[in-house]
Ligand binder design. Structure first.
Ligand code: TYM
Length: 322
């Protein structure tokens, strides 16, 4: 049976990019193997410095994931920091990680390009991520395209360690669905918190409407034809409706006579409708104050049991035990 693993950082509320790129594929994988999904709170510490917020975001991400269909009876859901062996393995991997490998990592290079001073945590981020994956003997890692390089680093580190110590790690593969590899944001760039162009999954009706109506468009008058190929309204709409509705919107763009406000209203309606049953489920789950904590606690126990076995094998292999 395949072992599936993925993680999401609690740096805010999950958005539509997270949902289509990772959460939905991960939920589909829970029926196809043994799934482990975690809230990457150690990773979030590279950018979230407010302890109250970090706790709140972690619970919120768990609640959103459960509302979207993650079934804790099928998949193990846990907080990364509840399994501290992740950081122990990260150290062992660090000792075999060439600095240039990390100097080439996108996130680090972006940071330097913005003339910010990166922390050691940010620099070492891919090593911790490799540990997250390798400590569960994972076969498959469902992620969006922006995580591809991280999974490649993981594969390189696993192969290197296996070369030195014998076959201690499984070499995992990323699973990136081409249709949802990069979900666009409100401005057409990749949806990302750092670009401030996100649509969170469970916004209030008014807030969602405000975001959608605020999409910047060109000044083509209502009666004139518009280009559907360059519109972020169409680019987003296609994730929420059947192909025929997309074709209808594209045809209305080309025909002219319909204003952008109208198209935005259609997009708003489609998003609101898409998440409606999940929204109800989220409210139900949130009404039980102990539910999320209980799921995370049970998840941490199951995850620890697997992680500790792999860790013991690795400790022995490198000479720390026996
Ligand atoms: P994070 O929290 O940035 O994002 C979580 C997942 O959402 C995907 N994603 C997207 N997919 C498509 N289009 C987008 N616009 C978009 N934005 C985000 C990401 O690709 C990701 O799959 N480093 C990871 C967390 C992590 C992890 C791991 C993942 C830590 N350890 C081990 C897998 C395995 C991250 O920052 O994801």
């Amino acid at each position: 049976m395949k072992r599936i693993l993925s993680g999401i950082k609690p740096t805010g509320k999950p958005h539509i990019g997270n949902y289509f790129g990772m959460m939905r594929p991960a939920i589909e994988w829970q029926d196809k193997g043994e799934a482990f999904y975690f809230i990457a709170d150690y990773h979030a510490l590279t950018t979230v410095f407010d302890p109250v917020k970090l706790r709140e975001y972690s619970r919120g991400v768990a609640l959103d994931f459960l509302a979207c269909g993650l079934d804790p009876a099928k998949a193990v859901l846990f907080r990364q920091s509840d399994v501290p062996a992740h950081t122990e393995l990260a150290w062992l991997l660090s000792c075999q990680t060439p600095m240039p490998m990390l100097e080439n990592a996108h996130a680090y290079k972006d940071h330097l390009a913005k003339e910010k001073t990166p922390s050691h945590g940010l620099f070492a981020y891919p090593v911790l991520m490799a540990a997250d994956i390798l400590i569960y003997d994972s076969d498959v890692v469902p992620v969006g395209k922006d995580q591809k390089q991280h999974v490649e680093i993981t594969r390189d580190l696993a192969t290197k360690m296996n070369g030195i110590y014998g076959p201690i790690f499984k070499v995992p593969e990323a699973s990136i669905l081409p249709t949802v590899a990069t979900i666009p944001g409100l401005d057409g760039q990749k949806m990302s918190k750092s670009y401030d162009n996100t649509i969170e999954l469970f916004l209030e009706e008014k807030a969602l409407k405000k975001k959608i109506m605020g999409i910047v468009t060109d000044s083509t008058p209502v009666e004139e034809p518009k280009d559907p190929a360059t519109s972020s309204i169409v680019a987003l709409y296609r994730f929420f409706v059947p192909e025929t509705d997309v074709e209808k919107m594209e045809a209305d763009f080309r025909a002219g006579g319909v204003g952008y406000g109208d198209f935005k209203k259609r997009l708003f309606g489609a998003i609101w409708e898409y998440f409606s049953s999940m929204r109800i489920k989220r409210a139900e789950l949130a009404a039980d104050p102990g539910y999320v904590d209980a799921v995370l606690k049970a998840g941490a126990e199951r995850a620890s049991s697997t992680a500790n076995q792999v860790m013991e094998r690795v400790r022995k292999a490198v000479g720390l035990r026996g």
